[in-house]
Write a protein that binds this ligand. Structure first.
Ligand SMILES: [Zn+2]
Length: 409
């Protein structure tokens, strides 16, 4: 060891000892950077709980009690360009709407219209999985609204109870009735298909069960899209330990966990979904939430490349798009004809976060829901031609029954 190295080591150790208010700088024998109370680990080991790595393989506990992840709210010191985008640049279609009761009355529709005007959403596709009388009521209320009659459309739900012989005919008849009443597609097929719905014999109803084929084939024949949500974020299927990116969410909402002794695995559900896409190449499917592959765009690319009948929608996965701005930009440009805007949970004040991610190159800004993502977002700066496709052109193309006058002015 050279004498110069020893001198530097001593200074570093002294500085640390001073800040930590620990031992005097008589640290003979300690590795560089280490002070009393520190824990040395071996290559490849992680620091023990309650400590963090302050120098290579040296772990230290903070001198003050550490805040919980709920209470640690550092304020960013980064000063950089900010471009807030309260309204979408082009009139958007929200393909993943859950307006619920807002579309069953004139008053609710007016309220919805005012909220959509404020964020430049021209049309909402209601994916509330309704059928029969409830669907007829909503469509009547929409048609009676001068302001909203061309701004809301409804997808028809499918009832997966008692799937067995005869189910297909009944389901197709109901679908035809719902379309005659004014529905424009099927959806949202909920995650309960695959996760929890059972057949009369008690077995789990698989997403690719052949008894369901008649409804998917009817969708192809009737030229309507099928909007389908399969599974949930992969972390919901994983052990809820401190390495789980969604620990906070799974602790706030324990019902979102899928313990593997009670539920199928994420991979199993993806396999069943992909079988469905493959078995029905003439049916147009829209995989909600980017198929829960937004954290692995390579996988999503493979899915879209393998099944040209599949489109995708990005509701509730902005946290994954906005944390990989370069890869997401390239992905949106490459698959610009296959991606649609959708928001899911209807909170008007949350839409501008989407516009800002898509339309700007802003850096390191807050997301709206801390428990989804404790990281910051970045803009992906999409060109106008791509924005138009994602905001409305793709939705209009795959959903022939949507009114389009608003975009031809
Ligand atoms: Zn939904």
């Amino acid at each position: 060891m050279s004498s110069r190295f020893v001198t530097i080591t001593t200074i570093v150790v002294a500085a640390f000892a001073a800040t930590a208010n620990a031992q005097p700088p008589s640290s003979a024998g300690r590795p560089p950077g280490q002070s009393s109370g520190d824990i040395q680990i071996k290559q490849g080991e992680s620091c023990p709980p309650g400590t963090t790595e302050v120098r290579p393989r040296i772990c230290r506990a903070p001198q003050s009690p550490a805040p919980s992840i709920l209470d640690y709210r550092p304020v960013s010191t980064l000063v950089t360009a900010e471009h807030l985008v309260p309204k979408a640049k082009y009139p958007a279609i929200d393909y993943h709407g859950h307006p619920n009761d807002l579309i069953t009355s004139a008053e609710g529709l007016n309220q919805l219209g005012a909220a959509l005007d404020g964020i430049n959403v021209q049309m909402m596709v209601a994916a509330d999985n309704v059928s029969g009388e409830r669907l007829v009521q909503s469509i009547a209320a929409i048609r009676a609204s001068t302001k909203m009659k061309d701004r809301v459309r409804v997808l028809a739900g499918v009832d997966f109870r008692n799937v067995g012989p005869g189910w297909g005919d009944k389901a197709v008849k109901q679908l035809e009735a719902d379309l005659a009443a004014g529905a424009v597609g099927i959806g949202e097929i909920s995650k309960s298909l695959g996760l929890s719905i059972r057949k009369p014999d008690g077995s789990r109803l698989h997403i690719d069960d052949p008894e369901l084929d008649p409804i998917w084939d009817a969708a192809a024949r009737l030229k309507i899209p099928v909007f389908i949500h399969t599974a949930d974020p992969e972390e919901f299927f994983k052990p809820v330990d401190y390495t789980n990116e969604r620990w906070l969410e799974l602790s706030l909402f324990p019902g979102r966990r899928y313990p593997q002794d009670q539920y199928p695995s994420f991979e199993e559900l993806m396999k069943e979904r992909d079988n469905l896409f493959r078995k029905h190449p003439k049916t147009t499917f829209v995989a909600a939430h980017m198929g829960w592959y937004a954290a692995d765009l390579g996988k999503l690319s493979k899915l879209l490349d393998a099944y040209p009948n599949v489109y995708t929608e990005m509701g509730a996965v902005l946290y994954d798009i906005g944390r990989q701005p370069r890869a997401a930009h390239d992905f949106f440009v490459k698959y610009q004809d296959r991606i649609m805007f959708g928001k899911d949970s209807f909170q008007p004040e949350e839409y501008p976060y989407y516009w800002r991610v898509f339309e700007t190159n802003d850096e390191y800004f807050d997301y709206y829901r801390h428990y989804h993502a404790f990281w910051k977002l970045y803009g992906i700066g999409l060109p106008d031609s791509v924005l138009k496709k994602v905001y409305y052109m793709n939705a209009l193309r795959i959903t022939p029954a949507l009114p389009r006058s608003a975009w031809s002015r």
